[in-house]
Design a protein around this ligand. Structure first.
Ligand SMILES: Nc1ncnc2c1ncn2[C@@H]1O[C@H](COP(=O)(O)OP(=O)(O)OP(=O)(O)O)[C@@H](O)[C@H]1O
Length: 767
């Protein structure tokens, strides 16, 4: 058969599948309309019945049974409606581009090959007799991503299977038409990848399902590791691979895993927005996403927690002694000491504190300490705390009884309107009480309880121990000081205490403090979560990862990062970092995968970016060509501003998104002030949640994980990037660019750039 005949046959098949999809969409829509009407009807029925008056006890019982039955009907109707809705979404996702791959396999003993088509979801014909499309996550589809022709193995729930791969074909199908099709023996041919990379839409990240690479596939399909560490160079598809991995896990464990049991720690809100479309485009629900700041703020309510960004800004002026103290607090040894301290804590060391009510001592610290002291010595600290809490709650109940007899209660009752009174009865009804006296007694107690609720909350939340003081005590007794300057350590403690008074806390204290609090109270753990993903791990301290491990005790961890992009630390060798994490997190089945090929940027940009790194040789550029990065040097700010404006507008004519990246928020603001008078430009700050197109100005730490058509790195002078921490920042900035990179220097260029071979850059000087 000629190539043309083949193509015609394939096109006929695509057209046929398209027809079937359209038909199934129609049928599903009808079913959905019916299901929706059904849901409305049962819901209406339910609400009619639920509002029936239930004065008589017998009536009430009968009504309750009926309501329960109706409630189940509603639940079932809602469920079938949502299944249909999901089906419709899937069909819509398939329409236009129903599949991207075909594999022909011949099982042992068979004479003929079987053709399987691979797409983002499975599809059967209307009769349910044949699979028209196989889901890319089906066990057999692994062959498409992993295998070269010949004998291949693939994993199924029943174990490893063997088959023979006789053909692998790739398609690009747009609006039901095959625009490209060829057979290959590679994992996924570079030709398709080239096309995919050239046409990225950068407001949202795209899924990479049609072009997943072999080593990315290993990340995606790993279901056994409890700690999967992915060390990948910039633009190597770490984020893409983990999003595909989440979709894979949701499919693989669909009976036992749902999207709410997966959490992704993302570097910032812009990033969350940027990746928000990937899972829906694969027909899955998004996992939970949280930034470190959000996580900490929830756990340290009432405190103003330093953000990674604020820390980055202050770190630029830190002394070596301060850095050393910070490194100690953020290390594994500090967390070990916290655990030891909590385990050995004796009663006189515990920082009990008064529980106040309306400015008065309600339970004194001494009283609480006495209760604690009466607990059996043999029981665990957390159980003693729990027993103390229970005693306090019992005492509170007594106090409520007494309080209910006080004058204020009576007075307040007399002033309540009818509706307030009814509310106060709660789930009871006035007629349930034998006498009016009983009613008043009940209402008085409710009122007293309501007023003292705040005391209950304080007991419940362990506010009778001052954990800030406790952590301060930990710091004072610690021998972590061996490796740091003693005076600096004392200064740090004083600063900590001073800041706590003003309800502030530095990031470096959060993990050890929270860990200490959780270990003492036995609370704070979330055992329901099954998977934790951490992107940009180089921005997290080991202490915070250890704390996450404590909090999400049952979860498997996937941690990804690029040690070269460390904005806050000196660059650390990947192996060293990986070993450190493996031990710190006590992993039983760790797995390390490295990604060295960079897909985001053109060859020219990647080659320049890697030349700045001491060990950049390991990075392979993907072969997609563009112009060389340009360095523009100006010797005064007027010239620099002119050049910046010119460069930004020129790039904006050609590209959708041009990002001017600066070292910090202050510089971003300065650049914005200069530019906004002359052209449309958006300044992004850490409160932004959506990514506009056009010319953007943002500090590099907000651009983490993002990519732009064109990037202009602002002021890469020696003055601005003089120390060796600059490498990570410069590398991260350069590697955000997909197609064009410009470096603007005001004065002499930093040696980290001039150190790169001159032929990698185009240089433009103007004195
Ligand atoms: N297999 C692939 N097929 C198509 N595109 C890919 C593939 N792998 C990566 N890409 C593209 O390369 C770019 C970089 O990917 P991604 O953002 O996932 O990399 P990363 O390793 O997380 O980067 P960084 O660490 O620099 O933030 C994205 O545009 C992504 O779509």
């Amino acid at each position: 058969m000629t190539e043309q005949d083949e193509r015609q046959l394939e096109q006929q098949r695509v057209t046929n599948v398209q027809h079937q999809i359209v038909e199934q969409i129609e049928t599903t829509k009808d079913l959905l309309t019916n299901a929706h009407d059904e849901t409305r009807a049962v819901e209406q029925n339910y609400s009619d019945n639920a509002s029936v008056n239930t004065y008589e006890v017998d009536d009430a019982m009968e009504t309750n049974a009926m309501i329960e039955q109706q409630r189940q009907l509603v639940r079932r109707a809602v469920e079938s409606e949502s299944i249909l809705r999901h089906q419709l979404d899937t069909l819509n996702n398939l329409q236009g581009s129903p599949y991207f791959g075909r594999i022909d396999i011949k099982d042992p003993g068979e004479i003929n090959s079987e053709k399987l088509y691979i797409g983002i979801a499975s599809l059967m014909n209307e009769e349910k007799s044949e699979f028209l499309i196989y889901d890319w996550r089906a066990p057999i589809a692994g062959v498409y991503y992993n295998g070269t022709l010949g004998k291949v193995h693939y994993q199924t729930p029943a174990g490893s299977q063997t088959t023979e791969l006789t053909k692998k074909r790739q398609f690009t199908i747009k609006n039901g038409e095959i625009t490209n099709m060829f057979d290959t023996d590679e994992t996924v041919g570079d030709e398709v990848l080239q096309a995919a990379l050239g046409s990225q839409n950068d407001q949202y990240m795209q899924n990479i399902v049609a072009t997943i690479q072999k080593e990315q596939n290993d990340i995606i399909r790993d279901t056994t590791s409890d700690l999967l560490l992915v060390q990948g160079v910039a633009g190597s598809g770490k984020t893409s691979a983990i999003l595909q991995r989440i979709a894979y896990l949701l499919y693989h464990s669909r009976a036992s895993l749902n999207a709410d049991q997966i959490v992704l720690f993302s570097p910032n809100r812009l990033f969350s927005h940027y990746i928000s479309e990937v899972l829906p485009s694969l027909g899955e629900r998004n996992m939970r996403q949280i930034t470190l700041a959000e996580f900490l703020n929830r756990r340290l309510e009432g405190l103003d927690v330093q953000t990674i960004f604020e820390r980055f800004e202050t770190e630029q002026s830190q002394t070596n002694n301060q850095k050393a103290v910070q490194t100690v607090l953020e290390g594994a040894e500090c967390m070990r000491q916290v655990a030891r301290y909590a385990a050995q804590l004796n009663i006189d060391d515990i920082q009990f504190t008064n529980i106040l009510f309306e400015g008065q001592v309600f339970f004194s610290a001494d009283h609480i300490k006495n209760i604690f002291a009466k607990q059996p010595t043999a029981i665990h600290l957390t159980d003693k705390i729990l027993a103390t809490k229970n005693t306090l709650i019992r005492e509170l109940k007594q106090r409520i009884k007494a309080e209910a007899k006080k004058d204020w209660v009576n007075e307040e009752l007399n002033h309540l309107g009818d509706e307030d009174i009814l509310n106060l009865f709660g789930k009871h009804r006035p007629e349930e009480f034998d006498s009016e006296d009983d009613q008043v007694r009940y209402l008085s107690r409710r009122l007293a309880r309501r007023r003292l609720r705040i005391v209950y909350d304080a007991i419940y939340n362990n506010y009778f121990i001052d954990f800030y003081a406790q952590y301060g005590a930990f710091l004072r007794q610690s021998d972590l000081t061996d490796s740091v300057d003693y005076d600096e350590w004392q200064t740090m403690i004083n600063r900590y205490q001073h800041q706590i008074e003003f309800h502030q806390i530095e990031l470096m204290h959060c993990a050890p403090l929270l860990y200490l609090r959780d270990l003492i109270t036995g609370s704070g753990q979330n055992r329901a979560l099954q998977y934790v993903f951490i992107d940009e791990m180089q921005d997290y301290s080991v202490a915070s990862l250890i704390y996450f491990k404590h909090v999400f005790a049952n979860a498997k961890f996937t941690i990804l990062g690029d040690s070269e992009q460390a904005l806050f630390k000196n660059i650390e060798l990947p192996q060293v970092m990986l070993e450190r994490l493996s031990t710190a997190l006590n992993a039983k089945r760790p797995n390390l995968i490295s990604l060295n090929r960079s897909y985001r940027s053109t060859t020219e940009i990647t080659n320049f970016a890697k030349a700045m790194l001491p060990d950049g040789d390991q990075i392979t550029a993907f072969s997609r060509h563009g112009s060389r990065p340009r360095i523009v040097v100006r010797y005064d700010s007027v010239g620099a501003n002119d050049a910046l404006l010119q460069e930004a507008t020129k790039q904006a004519d050609e590209y959708k998104t041009v990002a001017i990246l600066t070292k910090n928020a202050k510089q971003a603001n300065e650049v914005f002030q200069v530019l906004h008078r002359h052209t449309d430009v958006s300044l992004l700050t850490d409160t932004d949640r959506t990514l506009p197109t056009g010319i953007l100005v943002l500090p590099i730490y907000l651009a983490k994980g993002l990519e732009f058509d064109a990037v202009i790195c602002y002021d890469v002078s020696e003055n601005n990037y003089g120390n060796d921490r600059s490498i990570g920042i410069l590398y991260t900035m350069a590697s955000r660019a997909m197609h064009a990179l410009t470096l603007l220097s005001i004065g002499s260029v930093t040696p980290y750039i001039t150190g790169a071979p001159a032929e990698l850059l185009e240089i433009e000087h103007k004195v």
